[in-house]
Write a protein that binds this ligand. Structure first.
Ligand SMILES: [Zn+2]
Ligand SMILES: [Zn+2]
Length: 267
């Protein structure tokens, strides 16, 4: 009964892809390949992040090195919380720029992360956690994510733990939408938390195998096993190929995400 109630009461969400590229971004600095020199705007990929909005609550997943530009591009005026997937630099480097939201809201930024990511944030942004802080540093409130579901405003969130070689990484389910990045393996128990999603976003680096990211073939096999109606791939390398070319090679229900793409998830 509780589960039915939860689904019925879930708010409509707008999902925006802030960035869909791998850690180097696309184009990659100093690369002359056909993808990096493509004129197609869908081949321009900032570092990977999404924004999830209900009518009253705005959440950003990860603060990439491109966070400042991503917020400006999407004209974001308020962020209620930031969820972190894992502590790799392409997912945390932009955290300092939440200062702008601190200045305008007069509030701390609510940060949600697992303990591994918390440690890295405290180490890499030590000045924001110092006892005596320099004026104007990011004002942050850390919230620890465990295995349990949690809520931010009217948005209920189920954390999903996936594997990035040996590093535990968090994916997140928001109602019928699930976002997983930086994985190359998902345990069966965690896959069950993804099942039933209407839209599933998962990372694909390139066609060739990689030690810590799904390849194109591995990701297609994963999503076919989960029976998801609509799938988008993200965290894409210049090595995957041109957006237009790869898009035509994919099964009908699977697409490459691109920067600026937005999805309306009616509930
Ligand atoms: Zn990454
Ligand atoms: Zn990573």
């Amino acid at each position: 009964m509780y589960f039915v109630f939860l689904i019925v009461s879930y708010p409509a969400l707008k999902i925006t892809f802030l960035g869909t590229g791998t850690s180097t971004g696309v184009p990659m600095i100093a690369c002359d390949c056909e993808v990096c020199t493509s004129k197609d705007t869908k081949d321009k990929r900032l570092r990977p992040s999404i924004m999830v909005e209900s009518g009253t609550t705005t959440i950003v997943v990860d603060t990439t090195p491109d966070f400042r530009y991503q917020m400006l591009r999407e004209n974001v005026k308020n962020v209620d919380a930031i969820l972190f997937t894992h502590p790799h630099k392409d997912h945390i480097a932009g955290l300092d720029d939440v200062r702008a939201f601190n200045f305008f809201s007069g509030k701390k930024m609510e940060i949600y992360a697992n303990s591994l990511t918390e440690e890295a944030l405290k180490r890499e942004f030590g000045y924001a956690f110092a006892d005596k802080k320099y004026p104007g540093v990011p004002d942050l409130n850390l919230n620890t994510i465990t295995h349990d579901p949690f809520s931010i405003g009217d948005i209920d969130i189920i954390p999903i733990q996936v594997w990035h070689m040996k590093m535990p990484v968090l994916g997140f389910r928001f109602g019928k939408f699930t976002y997983v990045t930086d994985a190359n393996r998902i345990d069966d128990e965690e896959k069950e938390k993804i099942r039933g999603s209407e839209v599933f976003v998962v990372n694909v680096l390139r066609k060739q195998a990689h030690v810590s990211h799904f390849s194109l073939g591995e990701a297609i096999e994963l999503v076919n096993g989960l029976n998801i109606p609509t799938v988008y791939f993200t965290h894409i390398s210049h090595q995957l190929g041109l957006h237009q070319t790869i898009e035509t090679e994919l099964p009908k229900n699977i697409h490459l995400a691109y920067d600026g793409l937005s999805l309306d998830m009616g509930m």
